[in-house]
Design a binder for this molecule. Structure first.
Ligand SMILES: Nc1ncnc2c1ncn2[C@@H]1O[C@H](COP(=O)(O)OP(=O)(O)OP(=O)(O)O)[C@@H](O)[C@H]1O
Ligand SMILES: [Mg+2]
Length: 260
């Protein structure tokens, strides 16, 4: 079976700065993979390479066996990739529902011409997608906000709206960049339940970047640890947390020496 997502020697340089160096790993279909590492390790940059926002300097990235390096983000969405951002960027003057509906575009057949002609099939599909969007908002306990402008919601709630937008595209591969940042303990628990439920109900593979180790332990099947742009280790969350190299990467060598 082809990996849902496969990275081979992914390297990213900005001028002389080496942001990613020869990063190689596979994600098996249906798995929830944690991508962890200290600030500046390159996690978001790696997501940007996968989602087509950055073009790697070298290396290969495949989604379900298809090479995607050089593919534009909009086309990647049609290939089944969705993501959320570390710093959500919603259309602030649009409503919450309109923001979520942006995730449904990839599921409408035809193009702008058939959409503007409002053919019966398109109208029906739009209605169904709108119902699904409302259902996703309800499940995320955001139904009350559907018709409010997005800028009336807190930062934490923007993350929930972005997740609904990503899920509406029915992705095969979902990338979540720090979904728990800024959430309360109860909201993190809700998020864990929501991602578990999606995995149970859909054919989906998830890669989640998080500093919240409780979420990583509760949610992931495996983790990949990045440090200074390199893959430091791969294993379970428990293995990563007890690996001296990982402890050192998070605390810094001096801190581990001091503790010894
Ligand atoms: N567009 C860019 N131009 C120059 N340098 C960049 C660019 N994007 C990222 N970097 C650099 O790449 C390195 C990794 O940044 P990145 O945001 O990927 O880290 P991260 O692991 O997501 O960190 P955090 O946990 O703080 O979000 C940093 O040194 C950053 O300054
Ligand atoms: Mg980041």
């Amino acid at each position: 079976m082809a990996a849902a997502l496969s990275l081979h020697d992914v390297t990213l340089h900005f001028g002389g700065v080496k942001v990613l160096q020869d990063v190689t790993f596979d994600v098996t279909p249906g798995v929830i993979l944690g991508l962890v590492g200290p600030n500046g390790a390159g996690k978001t940059s790696l997501f940007n390479c996968i989602s087509g926002h950055y073009r790697p300097s070298a290396g290969s990235i495949t989604i379900d066996g298809t090479e995607v390096v050089g593919t534009a983000p909009a086309r990647l969405a049609r290939l089944g990739l969705a993501r959320t951002f570390q710093h959500p960027a919603l259309q602030l003057d649009a409503t919450v529902l309109e923001n979520v509906l942006l995730g449904g575009h990839t599921r409408l057949r035809g193009g702008p011409v058939s959409w503007s002609l409002r053919l019966p099939g398109t109208v029906r599909a739009e209605r169904e997608i709108r119902q699904e969007a409302l259902g996703l908002l309800d499940r995320a306990q955001l139904g009350w906000a559907a018709n409010l402008p997005a800028d009336e919601l807190s930062h934490g709630l923007h993350k929930g709206v972005e997740l609904c937008r990503a899920l509406l595209s029915k992705p095969a591969v979902l990338l979540l960049d720090e979904p728990a940042a800024g959430l309360s303990h109860g909201e993190v628990e809700q998020l864990i339940d929501a991602v578990r439920r999606v995995r149970a109900e859909e054919d989906i593979t998830v890669v989640v970047v998080e500093h919240h180790m409780g979420l990583i332990s509760a949610l992931t099947d495996r983790v990949v640890v990045l440090d200074h742009g390199r893959l430091l280790m791969e294993g379970t969350a428990a293995e990563a947390q007890s690996d001296p190299r990982v402890v050192e990467a998070y605390l810094g060598k001096d801190a581990t020496d001091d503790a010894a």
